[in-house]
Each structure stands twice: as structure tokens, then as C-alpha cells.
Design a protein around this ligand. Structure first.
Ligand SMILES: *[C@@H]1O[C@H](CO)[C@@H](O)[C@H](O)[C@H]1NC(C)=O
Ligand SMILES: *[C@@H]1O[C@H](CO)[C@@H](O)[C@H](O)[C@H]1NC(C)=O
Ligand SMILES: *[C@@H]1O[C@H](CO)[C@@H](O)[C@H](O)[C@H]1NC(C)=O
Ligand SMILES: *[C@@H]1O[C@H](CO)[C@@H](O)[C@H](O)[C@H]1NC(C)=O
Length: 185
């Protein structure tokens, strides 16, 4: 009895599976790789919006998406380096010179973070995923080094503008590491 009812339902089962597959293959179109890739990362929304900001993402494979995300992270680090170099955070205070000195240290760290991300782009292009991962991991260390420079001087407040950028860049790098993880396996 069990066997015959199984064969009765088998065609229905096959039909159901093929309809479901057709749906996922065509109805979602080119969105599915971005969504599928981003689901493996810690910050899905950030991942999708960052990738969608570049029109070439829709035609990229997973490796291509990793490279686009690495370039996105690089732009973010470079932007923070420019922000720190511009000295807009220096106010008319007695600690101006100290602030300038620490901001210069921070600018150097974010410049190094940008270089490390540039290296990760090259690693990804050569499919050296372990090295790419290491170069992205280093970014958090550079960002922490900036934060620590402020901690050395209790009179200096770590500005919110830098703290927000630190968090933003770390999130992008977390997403990037998630994508690289799915490439390596
Ligand atoms: C499969 O998807 C295509 C494109 O959306 C549609 O034209 C076709 O009718 C679908 N086939 C089935 C069996 O659902
Ligand atoms: C979009 O991605 C491509 C491929 O990685 C890259 O060459 C291009 O510079 C990116 N565009 C922007 C605006 O970042
Ligand atoms: C700091 O600001 C005060 C008042 O705005 C001004 O009188 C003083 O000259 C400024 N000092 C410097 C070094 O700019
Ligand atoms: C990248 O950096 C900018 C500052 O230039 C920041 O406002 C933005 O939130 C960052 N991007 C992301 C996705 O966190």
C-alpha cells in the first residue's frame, strides 16, 4: 500500500519540484546571485545596496561581486582618509596641535587600509582567496589603531564622525569577508 501510494504521488511531486525550480530560475532573474551571495553575509541589506550601487553587479559572478565589494570598501576608506586630512575636526581649542597630530596618524591608518583593500582586489583577481581575506582582515586593525591613538590622550574625545566611519567600514569589510568565505569553499 505504502509503495503504490508513493508512485501515485510521484508525478505530482516531480511537477511541484519543476514548477518551483522554474520560478526560482526565471521569476527572480539576475537578482538571485546578489541575493544568494548576500544571504551568506552578516549585513544583508548593506550587502545588497552596496552591490546594486554598481550596475556591473547584475552581470558579475561571485568572484566579480567580491571585487566590486572590495573596490567599494576601498573607496570608503579613501574617503575617510580625505576627511581626516581635511582637518575639519580641528576646532579652535588648546588641544588643536595634539588633535592635528592624532588626526594625521589616523589619516595614515586609513590610507594603509585603502592600500590593503587594493591588495585584496589583486588577490581576488588572481583567485588567491586566503590572501584576499587576510588583507581585508587587516582593515579592522588599522581602524582600531586610529581609535587607540585617541585613547592614549584622555583629553581628546574620539569624534562621532570618525566612530561612525569606523563602524561603516568594518561592516563593509565583514560583508566582504562573508563573500570571500563563500568563494573559498
Ligand atoms: C517558466 O518561466 C517562464 C518565464 O517566466 C514562463 O514563461 C513559463 O511559462 C514557466 N513555465 C512553467 C512550467 O511554469
Ligand atoms: C563597478 O565595478 C567595476 C568592476 O569591478 C569597476 O571597474 C568600476 O570601477 C565600478 N564602478 C564604480 C562606480 O565603483
Ligand atoms: C580662537 O577663538 C577666539 C574667539 O573666537 C579668538 O579670539 C582667537 O583669536 C582664536 N584663536 C586662534 C588661535 O585662532
Ligand atoms: C562610506 O563612507 C561614507 C563617508 O564617506 C559614509 O557616510 C558611508 O556611510 C559609508 N558607506 C557605508 C555603506 O557604510
Amino acid at each position: 500500500m505504502v509503495t503504490s501510494s508513493f508512485y501515485c504521488f510521484l508525478p505530482l511531486l516531480v511537477l511541484t519540484i519543476s514548477c518551483t525550480q522554474n520560478h526560482s530560475l526565471f521569476a527572480n532573474g539576475d537578482m538571485s546571485l546578489i541575493q544568494k551571495t548576500c544571504k551568506t553575509t552578516k549585513f544583508y541589506d548593506l550587502c545588497v545596496s552596496s552591490l546594486e550601487s554598481n550596475s556591473t553587479s547584475s552581470e558579475a559572478d561571485t568572484k566579480g561581486l567580491a571585487i566590486i565589494m572590495a573596490r567599494y570598501a576601498m573607496a570608503n576608506a579613501t574617503n575617510t582618509n580625505s576627511f581626516l586630512t581635511s582637518n575639519v575636526l580641528v576646532k579652535n581649542m588648546t588641544s588643536d596641535n595634539l588633535m592635528k597630530k592624532v588626526l594625521k596618524q589616523c589619516a595614515d591608518r586609513y590610507s594603509a587600509a585603502g592600500s590593503s583593500l587594493q591588495d585584496s582586489v589583486k588577490d581576488l583577481e588572481s583567485e588567491l582567496y586566503d590572501y584576499a581575506y587576510m588583507h581585508v582582515m587587516a582593515v579592522a586593525d588599522y581602524a582600531n589603531a586610529c581609535h587607540n591613538a585617541f585613547k592614549m590622550y584622555p583629553n581628546l574625545v574620539y569624534p562621532h564622525e570618525i566612530s561612525a566611519r569606523e563602524e561603516g567600514l568594518k561592516r563593509i569589510c565583514d560583508v566582504l569577508m562573508g563573500i570571500i568565505d563563500s568563494l573559498g569553499s
